[in-house]
Write a protein that binds this ligand. Structure first.
Ligand SMILES: NC(=O)C1=CN([C@@H]2O[C@H](COP(=O)(O)OP(=O)(O)OC[C@H]3O[C@@H](n4cnc5c(N)ncnc54)[C@H](O)[C@@H]3O)[C@@H](O)[C@H]2O)C=CC1
Ligand SMILES: O=C(O)[C@@H]1CCC=N1
Length: 266
């Protein structure tokens, strides 16, 4: 099965890395087009993908095409390829804010599937939400779900949920990288070397997340198992509550969700 990416940036690279690492596709089945020739050369060198500035060189070979350009570049990119995409090619869009309705005004015949992934797909730990367009069959959905399940977790939702997904898990790695960076600063502030602090911070977040996902316990229950009476953790959590860390995270997701909604209207 041949898959092609229109736009070879951060999200496309994360997906290419993940689907090749998982051996879901071989390099000769992966195509990517980017406006920057140097980016094409880099993606070919790094992953063996068939990279070309002009997507018309490979579009007719594709079983799946992934639209991975920025929202502001979407119209120009889609108009440049739409006539060359086969009627049975599955069109996957990861473009934040771009609705199925808009996509289906261009891709009238093709099955269109909207996906909101995140960059941890690069290491097989992504979180992706999938919304099926009106011409996408159940089998199309299963094909797309198998790809994103191979590089993390995937869930099929109604399109109305995708803005919130974008705000939470699509943008979420950005919030977590800020937290890891801040926790590493805290380690340095306490006298630990920078690299040790980064490892301690990142592994702690990874471990806590794995406990939530693998035990099925509520995060509050797991938190209580850390907070010894009169101990260090509750002293730290007290400060987090005083500083409003919960409200800050809720507000961050709300802002990103609203931005996604606004992008969908533009
Ligand atoms: N970066 C992320 O964590 C996530 C990004 N997305 C979505 O993925 C899309 C891409 O985002 P990024 O990869 O972060 O952006 P990016 O800016 O890193 O990559 C976009 C690439 O598209 C290329 N490009 C622009 N117009 C083109 C065209 N007509 N043909 C071929 N290439 C073209 C640019 O040269 C650039 O390299 C966006 O719509 C974003 O909303 C979705 C989920 C997560
Ligand atoms: O920041 C953005 O717009 C993209 C979509 C979700 C993550 N990155």
């Amino acid at each position: 099965m041949n898959i092609g990416f229109i736009g070879g940036g951060a999200m496309a690279e994360a997906m290419i890395g993940g689907i090749l690492a998982n051996k879901l596709f071989t390099p000769d089945e992966v195509y990517v087009s980017d406006h920057k020739i140097k980016r094409c050369e880099q993606l070919h060198t790094l992953y063996g993908a068939q990279a070309a500035v002009n997507a018309s060189t490979f579009l007719e070979k594709l079983d799946i095409v992934v639209l991975a350009i920025k929202p502001q570049a979407a119209q120009a990119a889609i108009e440049s390829i739409v006539k060359l995409v086969n009627a049975d090619t599955i069109v996957i869009s990861v473009i934040a804010g771009l609705t199925l309705k808009s996509l289906e005004t261009y891709f009238v015949q093709q099955p269109v599937v909207r996906v909101m992934p995140n960059t941890p797909v690069a290491v097989g730990a992504g979180m992706s939400a999938i919304a099926l367009g009106k011409n996408a069959s159940e089998q199309n959905g299963k094909t797309v779900e198998s790809i994103f399940n191979a590089v993390g977790k995937a869930v099929i939702l109604q399109e109305s949920a995708i803005d919130a997904v974008t705000g939470l898990s699509g943008s979420g790695p950005g919030y977590v990288f800020v937290m890891i960076d801040a926790l590493a600063d805290a380690g340095v502030n306490a006298g630990l070397p920078r690299q040790t602090s980064i490892m301690l911070a990142a592994q702690t977040l990874l471990g806590a997340a794995k406990m939530v996902l693998e035990t099925g316990e509520h995060p509050a229950v797991l938190r209580d198992k850390v907070t010894s009476p009169g101990g260090t953790t509750i002293a730290g959590i007290h400060v987090l509550e005083q500083k409003g860390v919960r409200a800050a995270l809720i507000d961050a997701v709300e802002a990103a969700t609203n931005k996604s909604k606004a992008m969908g209207k533009s």
